[in-house]
Design a protein around this ligand. Sequence first.
Ligand code: FEO
Length: 162
Amino acid sequence: MLSVKIEKELNKQLNREYFSAYLYMSMAAYFQSIDLSGFERWMQVQAKEELSHAEKIYNFIHERNGKVVLEAIEKPQTDWESPLAAFEDSLKHEIFITGCINELIKSALEEKDNATDIFLQWFVTEQVEEEANATKVIKKIKLMKAAPGGIFMLDKELAERE
Ligand code: FEO
C-alpha cells in the first residue's frame, strides 16, 4: 500500500512523464516545420518512450492500491532557434527528470517504502541512457558545425531510430 505522500509524488512524476512526451512531440513538430524528418522521427520515438514510462508508473500506482490522478499537462515550448538548441533543451529536461527520480527515491526511503525504491531503480538506469542519448546528438551537431551539409547526414542517421 502506498503512503499518501508517495502516491502524490508518483502521480506528479506520472504528469512529468506525460509532459515529457508532449515536449518531445512539440520538438518533433518543430523539426517537421524545418523539414528535418530524421530529427522529427527521433523525437517521435522519444515521445513514445515517455508514454511507456508513464504507463509503468500508472500500472505501479494501481498495483500498490493507489489512485491515478491525472492533472493538466503544461503547454510545451513550440519553437527553437536551432536543432542544437532543441537538443540542449532536451538534455536539460532529462537532467531535471533525473533529479525528480532521485528526490522520489529519497522520499520512498524516508517512508521505508522498499517496493517503490526498487521500482524506481529501473528509472535510474533509464535516465543514464536518456541523458547519454541527448548528449550524443548534441556532440554530433557541434562536430558538424564546420561541415556544410553535415546536418542532412545526421538527419538520415536519426531517422533510423527504432
Ligand atoms: Fe521518462 Fe526521458 O524521462
